[in-house]
Ligand binder design. Structure first.
Ligand SMILES: NC(=O)c1ccc[n+]([C@@H]2O[C@H](COP(=O)([O-])OP(=O)(O)OC[C@H]3O[C@@H](n4cnc5c(N)ncnc54)[C@H](OP(=O)(O)O)[C@@H]3O)[C@@H](O)[C@H]2O)c1
Length: 304
């Protein structure tokens, strides 16, 4: 089934805007749109609101861009001066954050809105009420979550109203494979994997889109998978496969993710149009199963 998620295998993440000017951002967005990348991912917390403000400046300068863009933002992480960072998914916080995000970005609605991280105090009825109200007022068209596990998604889905969760955004890439490693090692103590409680197949079964954040980062922002010494074997294999498929390392690393199925979206954080083009090319490549498994194993994860 087509959706704003499955129709856009590559999304452009707007987290790394600290050193990007409004003019540069406008050029990047124009360039991305002209190559067919229309889905943009942002959050109120990126650069402490600065990312949304910069995107808003671009929209103000060039309002016609909005009609060509699918814009997704997130709420729930509170990071302000003089406040200890925390999570808040209360009804008031969700509604007020959305209102503030729309104002910052000069938008009348969001295509997609995600709960950025789980809040231990979250209440599924409150969340359902806030989603219904945002949808009924035409402010948000689609909803999803990020960084949530099976039990949290199940808990929220129990109160799914007319506007159910449609996607889950998690870190996944050759430098962070915990979502997949359990799949091959259900009870194998030799693979030191994180128990993700079958999250990957749960997402697939529930028909959610899986958005992969930081697809080219090693671990939690420990450097690029194309450069870190820990992934030397993977880097050599990416080069070998790039030659075989007549493409680039980045395209191969991207197809490793999009090959998982049409429900998978990749969110690149590159601010370089030629790098974004490489990622887009990767969404069109299909690796053989053998090459896919070779890449997986090259990272050091166990394939028993
Ligand atoms: N939900 C969450 O909790 C969460 C957390 C983090 C991020 N995100 C989302 O995920 C997006 C991506 O995150 P990220 O920026 O960490 O992801 P990333 O794309 O994995 O990392 C970006 C880095 O990779 C480099 N890169 C990308 N393509 C490359 C290529 N072809 N060759 C060489 N280097 C390349 C970029 O350098 P260049 O700029 O030079 O290309 C940049 O330094 C964010 O913008 C945000 O939207 C979500």
């Amino acid at each position: 089934m087509n959706s704003i998620y499955s129709d856009n295998r590559l999304a452009l993440g707007l987290m790394r805007l600290k050193d990007i000017s409004v003019e540069e951002l406008e050029n990047i967005i124009e360039g991305a749109l002209s190559m067919g990348v229309s889905f943009f991912d942002i959050s109120d917390v990126y650069c402490r609101h600065e990312s949304e403000i910069k995107l808003g400046e671009v929209i103000k300068r060039n309002p016609d861009l909005r009609t060509r863009m699918i814009i997704q933002s997130k709420c729930g992480i509170v990071k302000e001066d003089n406040i200890f960072p925390h999570y808040d998914l209360s009804e008031d916080h969700i509604k007020n954050s959305l209102k503030a995000s729309l104002e910052r970005m000069h938008l009348s609605y969001l295509d997609s809105y995600l709960l950025h991280r789980p809040d231990i105090f979250m209440d599924n009825k409150e969340i359902s009420r806030s989603f219904n109200s945002l949808y009924d007022n035409g402010l948000v068209h689609h909803f999803g979550v990020s960084n949530m596990d099976v039990s949290q998604i199940e808990y929220l889905k129990k109160e799914d109203g007319e506007h159910p969760l449609e996607c889950c955004q998690l870190q996944l890439g050759l430098g962070q494979l915990s979502l997949l490693s359990q799949t091959f090692n259900a009870n194998n103590p030799e693979e030191n994997h994180l128990n993700t409680d079958g999250l990957f197949f749960y997402i697939k079964k529930e028909g959610l889109a899986l958005q992969c954040w930081s697809p080219y980062q090693y671990g939690f922002f420990k450097g690029s998978i194309f450069k870190v010494p820990e992934l030397k074997k993977t880097q050599d294999l990416l080069k070998e496969l790039a030659l075989k498929y007549k493409t680039t390392d980045c395209a191969i690393a991207t197809s490793f993710l999009t090959d998982l199925g049409p429900f998978v979206q990749v969110i690149t954080g590159s601010m370089n149009l030629s790098h974004i083009k490489e990622s887009l090319e990767g969404t069109k490549i299909k690796l053989t199963k053998e090459d896919w498994y070779r890449l997986y194993a090259s990272t050091g994860h166990l394939l028993p």
